[in-house]
Every structure is written in structure tokens, then in C-alpha cells.
Write a protein that binds this ligand. Structure first.
Ligand SMILES: NC(=O)C1=CN([C@@H]2O[C@H](COP(=O)(O)OP(=O)(O)OC[C@H]3O[C@@H](n4cnc5c(N)ncnc54)[C@H](O)[C@@H]3O)[C@@H](O)[C@H]2O)C=CC1
Ligand SMILES: O=C(O)C(=O)COP(=O)(O)O
Length: 387
């Protein structure tokens, strides 16, 4: 029997995929797996029992990835599962920043009791006039699951799209329309685009990337959209740009005291992934990842350990070893298995930065002290008998 805990609302269609071998627990200390969305986990202590954390979503800056790796906890996310939902809200954000839709709706609400509202509306509407997206330049920074969808959709709206992503994956590049103009210097986007949208993860290398200097280079009337993370942007600098009349609007999905209520800023309460479809997709993918890891030892879509997929185990037993990516570790593990007179039927060893993973199918049952011997190796983090 395995225990799982949820820190946020996780769609039932996903948790229903746990078999009767799993039960939900309230206390995270008793959990073998945790499902999370945006809850902050940096201050949390993790029990030795915890095997996996699945982020039902994309961004993992709420999880201490390296500490988890050091403690043998595999962290997963659900790439692309909520990307369409975010894309649609980004398009809505561009429209909200281009036409004073909110101002117009507010005016109608405020004048609802006026019997001559229709006539008054015709008089007042020039106050809420705006501009169109067609023909404008959109710069997309980060062309992953969300960025490439935003770029492709914007082309359909008749926008000229510039894309910047020095680390674009082959999969994302295949999905990107060839009509997206590739730029290798992000400043080209700052200087030329009427709309700039951010779709990069919050990393040490991206925090504050929309700096004061970046804002100063931006075109007169530019609209900045941030559905990625607030700490990517120097928001004070952007607000100064708005006050000076240079920046038309800042659209952000992250409410904080700096932006809430500020002039020229459109703030939504982190709604990017809040659609029924995205919540279902994320929950299903997260539960499948956890089950595949717990039951088969396979690691798919981890953000702190390498990918490793050996399917279901048809051999007598399967051993999973999370370890440091250090010289001699694999040889030490296989020699312990060899010394125990156990034949290795199949094996995968993968590394990712300083961490590695070895998954081993064995032709016989595991001798009693084999796990303890592997566990005693200095570079081994966690050993688990999967079967
Ligand atoms: N508002 C919301 O509810 C949501 C927000 N997000 C945020 O959006 C981010 C992106 O999500 P996805 O597109 O699904 O992730 P993804 O991993 O598919 O794409 C991220 C892209 O950013 C690129 N990148 C990394 N560093 C870069 C840099 N310095 N300059 C330019 N590009 C860079 C990567 O190469 C990758 O292609 C997430 O990390 C998360 O913070 C994601 C989902 C929902
Ligand atoms: O997937 C992401 O990165 C998101 O920001 C979505 O967050 P949420 O799952 O809605 O709390």
C-alpha cells in the first residue's frame, strides 16, 4: 500500500487513476508521493519515506529541486499539459491591453440604471477606443510549450512574430511555424516589438531578465505580458515606464503589492492554468508519472533526475538506485550484484548533471544483504527494490 498527499487542488480525474494500492493521507510525513501545484515547498522538511513529488503544472520554482535530489526524491512536472490554457489567456491579455474592454464594461455597470444608456454609450465610447493586433509586432521570449503556441496563434491574428530562445528544444522547434522570425539577440525584441510576452522558467539565469535597461530600450507604446513568473521582471522599472507614458500596459498573471491596483497594469490572480481541461491534463499526467516511478522505477518528465524508461519489469526482480554521477559508482554497484552471484538481465544507467540513476532487472530474487551493501556506497543516495 502506498500513501499520497495533495498540497493543492488536484483534479479528481487524475487522483481516480490511483489504484486500490494507493490511499490518500492528510499528513505529508506519511506520504510516499506528493502532488502539488503552486504551494511553496522550500521550507518543508521531507520524510525518508517520500519517493516522489509531482508538480501538476510546468513551473517548479516552488520546489527545492536540488535538496530533493540529495534526499533521493524524484521531482516531476507535466510539460505542455496546461500550455493551451495559458496561450488563450495571453491572447486575451493582448486584447485587454489593446482595447479598453474592462473600462467599457465598468462604465456599463456603473450606468446600468440609466434608461438612456444606449444613447449615452454612443457618446462615451470614444473614451474606450483602442488599437488592433493585426500588423503589430509581437516578441516571444521563450519558445517552449507555451511560447510556441502563442507565437503560432499570433501569426493567425495577422501579427508579425519574432521569437527568442537560445535553448529551444528540437520538439518545440518542430512545432514552431517557419513564419516566426528567429532573433538571436533579445534586444532586437525590446527595440522593435509592440507586444512582448515572456514564457521562460524562473531560474537564477532568468530572474530579473526584464531589467531597467531592457525597459529603457523598449519601443514607445509597448505592451509587456507576463504569464511566466513575476520575479522575471523589474516591475518598478516597468511601472516607471508606464508613468512616463512610454509603456502602454503591463499585463501580469501574478498579483503582488507592487502591481495590484497600479495604473496601467492589468493583473489576473494566477489564472493561466485554471481551466478544467488543463487541470485534468496536469492531474492525469502527474498521477501517471508517480505510478510509473513507484511501480516500475521509470522516470519520465523529471526535473531533477535523468529520464529512464525500461517499461514494466518481466524479470524476477528490479532494483532502482539513485546516486551521484561519480566515477566508479556504477562499477561498484554491478560488482556487488556480481559478487552476490545474481545475473543482470537488463540495465539502464543515465546521468543528469551531478545526479544519476541505475535501473537493473535481475534474473533471480534479491539476496538479503544486497540492498544494504549498495546503500552503504558513499555516492549512493537511495536504493529501492521495485520488484
Ligand atoms: N500563469 C500560469 O498559470 C502558468 C505559468 N507558467 C510559467 O511559464 C513557464 C514556461 O512554461 P512552458 O512553456 O510550459 O515551459 P517550457 O519548459 O516548455 O518552455 C520554457 C522555454 O524557455 C526557454 N528558455 C529558458 N531560458 C531562457 C532564456 N534565458 N531566454 C529565452 N528562453 C529561455 C527554454 O529553452 C524553453 O524552450 C513555466 O516555467 C512557468 O513559470 C506555466 C504554466 C502556467
Ligand atoms: O504550471 C505552472 O507553472 C503554473 O504557474 C500553474 O500554476 P497552478 O497549477 O495554476 O497553481
Amino acid at each position: 500500500m502506498y500513501n499520497y498527499a495533495t498540497l493543492d487542488h488536484i483534479a479528481k480525474i487524475g487522483t481516480d487513476l490511483f489504484s486500490t494500492d494507493y490511499r490518500r493521507v492528510e499528513e505529508v510525513e506519511r506520504a510516499d508521493a506528493i502532488l502539488v501545484r503552486s504551494s511553496k515547498m522550500h521550507e518543508m522538511a521531507f520524510s525518508d519515506q517520500l519517493l516522489a513529488i509531482a508538480r501538476a503544472g510546468a513551473g517548479v520554482n516552488n520546489i527545492p529541486l536540488d535538496r530533493c535530489a540529495q534526499e533521493g526524491i524524484v521531482v516531476f512536472n507535466t510539460p505542455g499539459a496546461n500550455a493551451n490554457a495559458v496561450k488563450e489567456l495571453v491572447i486575451a491579455g493582448m486584447l485587454l491591453a489593446s482595447r479598453d474592454i474592462v473600462g467599457g464594461i465598468d462604465w456599463v455597470k456603473a450606468n446600468a440604471a440609466d434608461p438612456d444608456i444606449g444613447k449615452a454609450a454612443e457618446k462615451v465610447k470614444k473614451q474606450f477606443a483602442g488599437r488592433e493586433l493585426t500588423g503589430k509586432k509581437l516578441g516571444v521570449i521563450g519558445l517552449g510549450a507555451i511560447g510556441q503556441r502563442v507565437a503560432n496563434t499570433a501569426l493567425h491574428l495577422g501579427m508579425n512574430v519574432l521569437g527568442y530562445d537560445p535553448y529551444i528544444s528540437v520538439g518545440a522547434a518542430w512545432n514552431l511555424s517557419r513564419n516566426v522570425q528567429h532573433v538571436s539577440n533579445v534586444e532586437e525584441i525590446y527595440r522593435n516589438c509592440d507586444y512582448i510576452t515572456l514564457h521562460v522558467p524562473a531560474l537564477d539565469s532568468t530572474k530579473g531578465m526584464i531589467s531597467k535597461a531592457a525597459v529603457q530600450q523598449m519601443k514607445e507604446g509597448a505592451v509587456i505580458l507576463n504569464f511566466a513568473r513575476d520575479l522575471l521582471v523589474n516591475e518598478e522599472a516597468l511601472l516607471n515606464g508606464i508613468d512616463a507614458g512610454r509603456i502602454r500596459a503591463y499585463v501580469t498573471d501574478f498579483a503582488n503589492p507592487t502591481v495590484a491596483g497600479a495604473q496601467g497594469v492589468i493583473v489576473t490572480p494566477h489564472l493561466g492554468a485554471s481551466t478544467a481541461e488543463a487541470e485534468d491534463n496536469c492531474a492525469i499526467m502527474a498521477v501517471e508519472e508517480i505510478r510509473n516511478y513507484i511501480e516500475n522505477g521509470n522516470i519520465i518528465n523529471s526535473v531533477n533526475f535523468p529520464r529512464c524508461d525500461m517499461g514494466e519489469c518481466s524479470a524476477e526482480s528490479r532494483l532502482a538506485v539513485l546516486h551521484k554521477n561519480s566515477k566508479g559508482t556504477l562499477a561498484a554497484i554491478t560488482s556487488i550484484v556480481g559478487d552476490a552471484d545474481v545475473n543482470v538481465a537488463d540495465m539502464t544507467n543515465k546521468s543528469r548533471d551531478v545526479y544519476a540513476y541505475t535501473l537493473m532487472d535481475l534474473d533471480s530474487a534479491l539476496p538479503k544483504d544486497l540492498v544494504a551493501k549498495i546503500d552503504a556506497l558513499e555516492s549512493v543516495i537511495k536504493v529501492r527494490v521495485v520488484k
